[in-house]
Design a protein around this ligand. Structure first.
Ligand SMILES: [Zn+2]
Length: 299
């Protein structure tokens, strides 16, 4: 019997009353579950097996079958704030789909779990912030974090903070640890993509010119998503850069831990780089939804 935290990546109907759920578990990597009666209103798994939910699942792993029977699923965080933010939600769906399609199956994926859990938690924190577009201080981030634990559905978690929100606002820099740099909502997806490049062995060197080898001290003059190579001002010379200024500035901001102003350029450059390395065989369907959502928000 295995007990593990899990992030639900995908869920689809199976027969009239059942679901098949694919989840990234902390202990066993990606596991496919058959959830009999999961569609019923009185299902004990309600909410715990919704896509992007963080849950604790208990199952017996049968090596002879691809579909595992789930015994228990306890909801830890439904990601309420993230679900109310369409743009962040569509980015989180792309992350889930990329893990599902490109991460190796049948092996533990602890680093993938940790990074995805972190990114989704950061979305949940920054989407819940009252000033969601400008999470420019660690205080904003920590106060969002505490309101998340107070508002979340994880009331049965012993570690959930029960501090009322008003008290938190009175002392924003309470005992909560502050991250080394503030989490910017607009950086989360790009940072996850950059970390994923690193994790899957396609590290991008954000600080070196790929032609002369000099260390960059400002945004590069060009970037080639096919190779992940940056070019300095000197090496570019009089040539016209192929990369847009928004892309170059965004990648530099990511390196410096500063807020990315137009994240869609940076995200698309990193997606192009990753897809060049992973291969174009499998299309990431949720990118279409992300692009539609970006249009809706003028991004
Ligand atoms: Zn150079």
């Amino acid at each position: 019997m295995i007990k593990s935290r899990a992030i639900v990546l995908h869920r689809f109907p199976y027969s009239d009353s059942s679901f098949i759920v694919k989840a990234l578990t902390e202990e066993c990597g990606i596991v496919s579950f058959i959830v009999k009666g999961g569609k019923k209103k009185e299902s004990p798994f309600r909410g715990a097996l919704d896509p992007l939910s963080l849950s604790e699942v208990v199952f017996r792993q049968n090596p002879n079958t691809e579909l595992q029977f789930i015994k228990e699923a306890t909801l830890l965080d439904w990601r309420k704030n993230l679900r109310n933010d369409l743009l962040c939600l569509s980015k989180a769906q792309v992350m889930s789909e990329m893990i599902l399609r490109y991460a190796p199956q049948g092996v533990p994926l602890q680093e993938e779990f940790a990074r995805l859990e972190q990114a989704i938690s950061e979305f949940e924190e920054t989407c819940g912030s009252s000033d969601a577009t400008n999470a420019n201080s660690a205080n904003a981030s920590s106060s969002a974090r505490s309101s998340t634990s107070a508002d979340s559905l994880s009331t049965n978690s012993a570690t959930a903070s029960s501090t009322p929100k008003t008290e938190q606002n009175a002392s924003p820099s309470a005992a909560l640890p502050t991250s080394p740099h503030a989490t910017y909502k607009s950086n989360i997806f790009a940072q996850w993509l950059l970390d994923t490049c690193d994790m899957w062995g396609y590290n991008i060197d954000l600080t070196t010119c790929s032609r002369c080898g000099k260390t960059l001290d400002k945004p590069a003059a060009d970037f080639f998503p096919e190779t992940g190579g940056f070019v300095c001002e000197h090496c570019l010379g009089v040539d016209t850069p192929r990369a847009k200024a928004e892309t170059l500035n965004g990648l530099w901001a990511l390196h410096c831990g500063q807020q990315i102003e137009h994240p869609e350029f940076t995200e698309n450059a990193l997606l192009t780089y990753l897809r060049h390395h992973i291969g174009f065989l499998k299309e990431i369907h949720s990118i279409k939804f992300l692009n539609e959502t970006r249009k809706l928000f003028g991004k």
